[in-house]
Design a binder for this molecule. Structure first.
Ligand SMILES: *[C@@H]1O[C@H](CO)[C@@H](O)[C@H](O)[C@H]1NC(C)=O
Ligand SMILES: *[C@@H]1O[C@H](CO)[C@@H](O)[C@H](O)[C@H]1NC(C)=O
Ligand SMILES: *[C@@H]1O[C@H](CO)[C@@H](O)[C@H](O)[C@H]1NC(C)=O
Ligand SMILES: *[C@@H]1O[C@H](CO)[C@@H](O)[C@H](O)[C@H]1NC(C)=O
Ligand SMILES: *[C@@H]1O[C@H](CO)[C@@H](O)[C@H](O)[C@H]1NC(C)=O
Length: 271
């Protein structure tokens, strides 16, 4: 019994020592964090990839850093979006041979800041990929970081329209990506009813996060709004994306049966 305890404490002790050795060995030091890990980008605009990273002491001095394009979890070392040589002052300098590099800018050229954030300019549909950051240090100390960051392309805002009943206030939402700090989005709502001109509407609340912009429009539908078109336009500087939907307004009180008939009644202002 006593012997067993000695053995098990030894096991625990050796596991601890082993762990410390492993950490010292640096295997765990290749760490990257993306915030956010998925970026929704708009064609023609820029996209900010925000990240930080660590690397083991033994890898120093770092020779170069790269951004690789990954498809189906495979990151291709030959498909580099960016390659920067690291100078003796730990500053990242572009390697001129790479063709894509003028589209990408590392925001923090000082490698000791552990900041791998980049801005990608002029996003195109083909940029919908995963990307990996790669650091090449001394000898065998190199790593293509896992996890990767994903860029998703969205070319229209997303509208959220709840079911609408005449006279009952409802909140309509329009959400647009906010991928590029240089051009914050501005949302405009409009409605076009049958035979009437376009009316611009005022939104109520705008919720802005680093990657998303959501505008809420409180709307009290009238029967006139049945079959009207509601839309939101989102401008980023001189680039605008839009979405629109047809409104269906039903009657609140006579709703329970013969719905179709009553919708028509609504349309003829009979509610
Ligand atoms: C990276 O950023 C996160 C917070 O976003 C922080 O907790 C972490 O310590 C940072 N890592 C490095 C290496 O700076
Ligand atoms: C990275 O550096 C850029 C530019 O200096 C800065 O705006 C950003 O906040 C930094 N990000 C992190 C995660 O430290
Ligand atoms: C609309 O949103 C506002 C603000 O979030 C909220 O106070 C209100 O109750 C919402 N109205 C409806 C009908 O959900
Ligand atoms: C709704 O609008 C469409 C197209 O503008 C039109 O064809 C249809 O007849 C309208 N329906 C009603 C119920 O007004
Ligand atoms: C839109 O703005 C960008 C940057 O602000 C500029 O490069 C581009 O030429 C502008 N395009 C048009 C059509 O004005």
């Amino acid at each position: 019994m006593f012997k067993m305890q000695i053995i098990s404490s030894c096991t625990i002790l050796s596991m601890l020592v082993f762990n410390i050795l492993c950490t010292g060995n640096g295997k765990e030091d290749w760490i990257i964090a993306f915030n956010p890990p998925v970026i929704t980008a708009v064609p023609g605009l820029c996209a900010l990839i925000s990240c930080n990273f660590t690397y083991p002491e033994a890898a120093k001095p770092i020779e170069n850093v790269q951004w690789l394009v990954c498809k189906n979890v495979q990151c291709n070392k030959n498909e580099k979006m960016f390659k920067g040589k690291v100078s003796t002052q730990n500053k990242i300098e572009l390697e001129e041979k790479e063709t894509e590099t003028e589209r990408i800018k590392m925001l923090e050229p000082d490698l000791t800041k552990n900041n791998c954030s980049i801005i990608m300019k002029d996003i195109k549909a083909e940029d919908e990929n995963e990307y990996a950051f790669r650091v090449v240090g001394q000898g065998k100390h190199k790593s293509t970081y896992n996890p990767t960051v994903k860029i998703i392309i969205q070319d229209k805002p997303k509208m959220g329209i709840p079911s609408l009943s005449e006279g009952v206030e409802a909140n309509l939402t329009c959400s647009a990506p906010f991928p590029c700090p240089e051009t914050p989005p501005e949302i405009t709502w409009w409605i076009k009813t049958r035979g009437e001109n376009i009316i611009n509407l005022k939104d109520d609340i705008t919720l802005i996060t680093r990657s998303l912009y959501i505008s809420t429009l409180p709307l009290t539908p009238t029967s006139k709004m049945h079959n009207a078109t509601v839309g939101c336009d989102v401008s980023y500087g001189n680039k605008t994306i839009s979405a629109s939907r047809t409104l269906e307004v039903t009657c609140e009180y006579k709703y329970t049966y013969l719905t179709k008939f009553l919708e028509k009644a609504c349309f003829f202002d009979n509610c």
